[in-house]
Unconditional design. Structure first.
Length: 268
């Protein structure tokens, strides 16, 4: 029978390992202490250092809103610490400018604040108690002035309706924007040829062109009405002659001559 072999136990000198572990523990403690100290010093420097105070406010994206007005609304006093400013509060303040639709405020290390604005793009004029500029989303954002009147004007909305039934008023404005979208690029009725978009409860939308023609679109899709107009023009309709043209899908297309307003205004 094979008997198992016996081995003498090995006794190692563990004192060197013990001192190594102690050195490693002490080294880690010293490194950790140094890290905390360095971070604390850096934090103190960032919190109190003059290099982190705002010394420049940059404005971008503005065309109609002046840089001076945006800086005034941002209201960042000199010496304000860059990391303590409230970006959301600044953005909300700048958005109070009537031309400003959206704002993004950024910190640029070490001492600059950047205010990037997106402005409203006027799409039409809305005639209420006053004349308002309306953007492409249907939002009236600013009272129109004399230098910004070269847009189609939407008439027929009752001022009281905007207060009592804002949902209906908004639907009319959105409908007017759909008319302009359908007219965009149209060979006969482009946005540049539209003088007025008139809305009535009985007839729906009526497009008044710059030569005085009236195109009755009704309440349906404006693209369908413009297709009917294309067929009339293909059949010989002269768009240069002022006329009332009923393009409502529920009626027979009828063109009725109207007085030539341009000719009348040129008479002595």
């Amino acid at each position: 029978m094979h008997s198992p072999s016996l081995h003498e136990p090995e006794f190692r000198d563990e004192s060197s390992d013990l001192w190594g572990r102690i050195a490693r523990v002490l080294g880690a403690g010293v490194a950790g202490g140094l890290f905390v100290t360095v971070v604390g010093l850096l934090g103190h420097q960032v919190a109190t250092g003059e290099h982190w105070e705002v010394d420049d406010v940059q404005v971008a994206g503005n065309l109609r809103a002046s840089e001076t007005a945006i800086r005034h609304l941002a209201d960042i006093p000199p010496g304000t610490h860059l990391l303590t400013i409230d970006l959301r509060h600044i953005a909300a303040s700048v958005e109070q400018h009537p031309w400003v639709a959206r704002v993004e405020v950024r910190r640029l290390l070490p001492s600059t604040v950047e205010v990037v604005v997106e402005e409203h793009e006027p799409a039409l004029l809305l005639a209420l108690d006053r004349l308002w500029l309306v953007d492409a989303n249907g939002r009236p954002f600013k009272q129109a002035r004399g230098e910004l009147l070269d847009f189609p004007i939407l008439t027929g909305l009752d001022t009281q309706l905007t207060t009592t039934r804002p949902d209906l008023a908004n639907a009319v404005v959105q409908g007017a924007l759909r008319v302009l979208d359908a007219a965009d690029g149209h060979p006969w009725v482009g946005p540049a040829t539209i003088s007025e978009l008139r809305f009535t409860d009985q007839l729906g939308f009526i497009v008044v062109t710059r030569n005085g023609s009236e195109l009755i679109l009704g309440f349906g899709e404006p693209a369908d009405a413009f297709e009917r107009l294309d067929r009339l023009v293909a059949a010989g309709l002269d768009m240069a002659i002022p006329q009332r043209i009923d393009l409502d899908a529920g009626a027979v297309a009828i063109a009725t001559p109207l007085p030539d307003l341009q000719a009348l205004t040129s008479l002595p």
